[in-house]
Design a protein around this ligand. Structure first.
Ligand code: ATR
Length: 276
């Protein structure tokens, strides 16, 4: 019988996951369909019950349900619980189990550049939901240091305090981060600053950027934010948000099927959708 996979969100119309994941299902000869469902927050619980009742094979959740879904799951992976957000649910013999593949997806996307973080100083810009997934997951990789800068300094402090994994971390004001930017090997922009239509905005000045640094932005619309453009002009290696999106989807696919899919194929597919 054909299996069903899904993504739940609100809005959901612009999700690139259905095209990306239906293509890899077909490419791996899996008789299944991945469908987007618009589910409003008040309908989330009943939607989850319905999906469970029909025996859904697995699904993704996106904004605004990543935290709200947790009470409706049968089990949750420890890292996802600590992050407080789930983006992937596996149906394990009738039990719905939640995972978070955002942080690992981000880190897997860095593999071409970084094999070990033990000698890397990392700066995370932002202290929201995306920062939390990336920071907690990266803290597990034992980087030399992983600092957080945020417009509201208190939120950076709170994020560091909330991290369940031991890490060498300090909160920085945006001004302090700008002043000490040359110390960092990896700079990760986790806010929506610079996303279409506010394409000229950047979170911090890159005046003191180390030109050997790897600079990442989780934004993928535009593909090259003003922040990445400035980093590239300074000679840094840059990575846009397509990689995190593709790898979080690849890791979800692997959890559902046991197969790690063709990431190049997924990336090409996403880039085609973004160009269209
Ligand atoms: P998400 O879950 O997508 O990460 P969020 O939880 O709303 O979103 O977090 C947004 C992050 O972007 C926060 O770090 C926020 O900074 P504050 O904590 O000071 O609000 C940051 N952010 C958003 N707009 C910003 C702006 N114009 N300038 C600086 N930081 C901004």
């Amino acid at each position: 019988m054909k299996k069903l996979f899904a993504v739940l969100g609100d809005p959901i119309g612009h999700s690139m996951s259905p095209i990306m994941l239906n293509d890899v299902l077909t490419n791996n000869n899996i008789d299944a369909h991945y469908h987007p469902f618009k589910v409003s927050p008040e309908d989330l619980e009943i939607a989850i019950k319905g999906l469970k009742a029909i025996g859904i094979a697995g699904f993704n959740v996106t904004i605004p349900h990543k935290s709200a879904i947790i009470p409706f799951l049968d089990d949750i992976d420890e890292l996802a619980l600590r992050i407080g957000a789930v983006n992937t649910v596996v149906n394990d013999n009738g039990k719905l189990v939640g995972y978070n593949t955002d942080g690992y997806g981000f880190i897997k996307g860095l593999e071409p550049y970084i094999s070990s973080f033990s000698n890397k100083k990392v700066l995370v810009i932002g202290a929201g939901g995306a920062a939390r997934a990336i920071y907690f997951t990266m803290a597990k990789m034992n980087p030399l240091a992983i600092d957080i800068t945020n417009r509201t300094l208190m939120k950076a402090k709170e994020l560091i305090q909330a991290c369940p994994f031991e890490s060498n971390s300090k909160p920085l004001s945006l001004k302090d981060a700008e002043a000490h930017l040359n110390e960092y090997d990896v700079v990760i922009q986790t806010t929506m600053i610079g996303m279409y239509p506010n394409v000229s905005e950047t979170p911090i000045s890159l005046k003191n950027l180390n030109n050997q640094a790897l600079v990442c932005d989780i934004v993928y619309n535009p593909l090259e934010t003003q922040f990445l453009l400035e980093a590239r002009q300074k000679g840094a290696t840059v990575q846009n948000g397509v990689e995190m999106f593709v790898y979080q989807g690849a890791l979800a696919f692997e959890k559902w099927t046991g197969i790690f899919p063709d990431v190049k194929r997924m990336r090409d597919n996403v880039l085609r959708q973004l160009e269209a």
